[in-house]
Design a protein around this ligand. Structure first.
Ligand SMILES: [Ca+2]
Ligand SMILES: [Ca+2]
Ligand SMILES: [Ca+2]
Length: 463
């Protein structure tokens, strides 16, 4: 009997020792079980990059009014004069979205409206697109597959990874507690509501469900009907240490789901601007924008400036065209623009670059398997089969959309350690501790370099 107790005690000691000596292993509760979503395997999703597309809603304009104007009066006058009908007032800013009567010359109308004494600006209601690429579905796990979170020198399937974001070390300092991050996207699988289900690996994640809003359908349920927003939210705050699936970087942060992109992954600038303002007004300290379009827009820019002036860090995808043209809103100086790297630290071919690029983060490359784990090197998180929002699986995605939430999550880690930091100080923490890549110092392909969670949470402003 004594012998058996001793044996048991020895086993307990060995287990405790292994956990203590194994910094690579974040699971406090033992090995994660294999989660069998077998029916999600081999959906045969096409590995094609969805490029940025240009466009705007036909027949719709955004009319911005001068600050001193009585815009209701001006709006009625213009409606009568030009045959406009109101779609909605702008959220949190003095503009309205109007429908133009059929057959009107949009270019001429814009010119006429722009000359009006009460009008500050007028522009088409541009459309932005989610910057995702759906990848190969797969079984879960942090250690075999989430190389993008690794500390430098950790091994993935025997292949040393030196281009992760060092989340493992950073977790000893911060897990994002107390910080709200808005995912302004296609929605998030955060609740059971109608045909929509909460993602199983978001079961322990904190959500601001009260603050959630859907600007596409105009209701308080920001459910995801595309899959992109749920994947993005997973990188930020997937339930971690829950013996299930994959990890997220700021897994004790709170996600505020705001839906601005529809089931096709596209949405108007008006919706995006509204979503950004909504997020600010509902307590977000970080806003993740894994989306963009190629048009400049005052409506969108004003919303980004509003966020930044409110002390909110806005993180935006640089674009997936692979050309020297960063998209909007990433191009605005108030955003932290993010390009994408792969397992070996190289810039991915799809990652857009240019003078406005500030950082890079792992975005994955579904053309190569550099860690030889049998899967192309995408970013693995849980989301659902686009054909059925109740059918969850683990999917490798690639894109600057996937890189962006790494930076948003690390901004949340920093805010959690330093709630007193300004948005500028958090940005400095990210930029000044980035791992320099490519040409020495800032360069147009990597910005200030690869975002580094460990460096960022340890950064302090010089006195
Ligand atoms: Ca998990
Ligand atoms: Ca791989
Ligand atoms: Ca460099």
């Amino acid at each position: 009997m004594k012998k058996r107790i001793l044996l048991l005690a020895t086993v307990v000691c060995i287990v405790a020792l292994l956990l203590a000596l194994s910094p690579n292993w974040p699971w406090g509760a033992g090995l994660p079980k294999a989660v069998a979503y077998a029916d999600s395997a081999f959906l045969g999703i096409k590995l094609a990059i969805r490029d940025v597309q240009d466009g705007f809603l036909p027949g719709q304009l955004i009319v911005g009014y001068k600050a001193e104007t009585d815009m209701h009066k001006a709006s009625d006058r213009l409606a009568k004069a030009f045959g406009l009908s109101r779609v909605r007032w702008g959220y949190g800013a003095p503009y309205e979205v109007v429908q133009v009567s059929e057959g009107r010359d949009l270019g001429l109308l814009i010119a006429q409206l722009a000359r009006d004494k009460d009008v500050e600006y007028v522009e088409p209601n541009y459309i932005a697109y989610a910057l995702d690429v759906s990848g190969v579905p797969n079984d879960p796990f942090f250690t075999p597959y989430q190389w993008n979170f690794y500390d430098w020198g950790m091994q993935s399937n025997g292949y040393v990874s030196n281009y992760g974001v060092q989340a493992v070390s950073a977790w000893t300092i911060s897990t994002g507690t107390g910080v709200k991050v808005a995912v302004v996207d296609t929605g998030v699988a955060y609740e059971d509501y109608g045909p929509y289900k909460q993602a199983p690996d978001l079961a322990n994640t904190y959500f601001d469900a009260e603050g959630a809003y859907d600007f596409v359908n105009g209701d308080a349920h920001a459910n995801d009907d595309e899959g992109h927003g749920t994947h993005v939210a997973g990188t930020i705050a997937q339930s971690t240490n829950n013996a299930t699936g994959v990890a997220g970087i700021a897994y004790e942060a709170t996600i505020l789901p705001v839906k601005v992109l529809d089931a096709n992954g596209s949405g108007t600038y008006d919706n995006i601007a509204s979503g950004v303002r909504w997020a600010v007004d509902h307590g977000a300290r970080v806003i993740n924008l894994s989306l963009g379009g190629s048009f400049d827009s005052q409506t969108l820019h004003d919303a980004i400036v509003y966020a930044r002036n409110s002390g909110v860090v806005v993180v935006c995808a640089a674009g997936n065209s692979g050309n020297p043209k960063i998209i909007y809103p990433a191009k605005y100086p108030e955003c932290i623009s993010v390009g994408a790297t792969r397992f070996d630290g190289a810039r991915t071919k799809y990652s857009s670059y240019g003078p406005q690029l500030k950082l890079v983060a792992p975005g994955g490359d579904l053309k190569v398997d550099q860690n030889k784990d049998g899967y192309k090197d995408g970013i693995l998180q849980q989301t659902f089969d686009p054909k059925d929002p109740s059918k969850f699986g683990y999917y490798f995605y690639q894109g600057t959309s996937m890189a962006t939430p790494h930076v948003s999550a690390i901004a949340a880690l920093v805010f959690s350690v330093h709630p007193e930091f300004t948005a500028t100080q958090v940005e400095q923490a990210l930029l000044r501790t980035a791992k320099d890549l490519g040409a020495t110092g800032w360069d147009k392909y990597f910005g200030y370099g690869l975002v580094n969670a460990w460096g960022a949470v340890n950064w302090t402003p010089s006195p």
